[in-house]
Design a protein around this ligand. Structure first.
Ligand code: ZN
Length: 108
């Protein structure tokens, strides 16, 4: 069983090496076009307010000990801070992981 797995791995390794050798130029071109630094810079410029608000909250606001998620009927401890409005970085809501996910999806 495990011998088979090893064999499978080896086959995969060979195949991907073959692919890379065959498409070296194409892969190189693709990674050249995609500028990671530039794209994260772009994100930062686009989301300046968001990033600032987050940094602010991380630095200045602590979740009070024993704080429960603000969602009704949720009795979980709050682990996340949520910004309803990024232009008010000091106004955060305390939520559990699950409900923070909810609000994020709702806002998108
Ligand atoms: Zn919750």
């Amino acid at each position: 069983m495990s011998l088979n797995k090893e064999k499978q791995k080896e086959i995969w390794r060979r195949a991907s090496r073959k692919y890379r050798l065959k498409n070296m130029e194409e892969i190189r071109e693709r990674s050249k076009k995609y500028d990671f630094k530039q794209s994260s810079k772009k994100y930062a410029q686009k989301n300046k307010e968001k990033i600032n608000a987050k940094a602010n909250a991380n630095y200045h606001i602590n979740i009070p000990q024993g704080q429960i998620c603000i969602f009704t009927n949720c009795n979980k401890l709050a682990t996340d801070k949520h910004h309803e409005d990024y232009s008010k970085p000091k106004e955060v809501q305390f939520l559990c992981k699950l409900h923070h996910g909810f609000t994020r999806r709702k806002n998108v």
